[in-house]
Design a binder for this molecule. Structure first.
Ligand SMILES: Cc1cc2nc3c(=O)[nH]c(=O)nc-3n(C[C@H](O)[C@H](O)[C@H](O)COP(=O)(O)O)c2cc1C
Length: 146
């Protein structure tokens, strides 16, 4: 099963999750805006966060990378994000864009707190990173069984 990770991160929180998943699944990861080749995967993990500087939207590089995914080359997407649990809409935004493209989205997502100046300090922490690894393994084993 081909697994890949597409993510964007401004301050490093989402990148830490992406790297934990990449390590857990021994798969490669690409940062939105830095890839040249079309992304191809049976399971594509996609991670991002939202920013007031982008009208509370996900980063434009991630937006662009998602919009240019080829539905014929991605089996299913599994989403992860970091930030503020009650405020972040990144997961919903990514899901909506993917559904518009006709790319199936795995039902469960991963979210953890992400530090922002003095808030959410120490996150993602060790437990967050472990939960991200567990999430990734569960996604792959569930999809592998279907
Ligand atoms: C410049 C900036 C603006 C942000 N604006 C919002 C926002 O509008 N709403 C929100 O829920 N979180 C906001 N956040 C919090 C981020 O979504 C959160 O810190 C996230 O973990 C950042 O991920 P990253 O480190 O991968 O870039 C903002 C963070 C930054 C740095």
């Amino acid at each position: 099963m081909a697994i890949n990770i597409l993510y964007h991160s401004v301050t490093g929180n989402t990148e830490r999750i992406a790297r934990a998943i990449s390590e857990e699944l021994s798969c490669s990861l690409v940062k939105a805006g830095e890839h040249q080749q079309p992304i191809e995967a049976d399971v594509l993990f996609i991670g991002g966060a939202c920013y007031a500087t982008q009208q509370h939207d996900i980063h434009p590089d991630l937006d662009q990378a998602i919009r240019t995914l080829d539905p014929g080359k991605v089996g299913i997407a599994a989403l992860f994000s970091t930030g503020f649990p009650k405020y972040s809409t990144a997961l919903e935004q990514m899901r909506t864009r993917l559904q518009e493209l006709g790319i199936p989205v795995y039902r469960d997502t991963f979210f953890c707190r992400g530090k922002f100046f003095l808030l959410n300090r120490k996150h993602p922490d060790k437990q967050d990173l472990q939960q991200a690894r567990d999430y990734a393994r569960n996604v792959v084993s569930t999809i592998g069984k279907n």
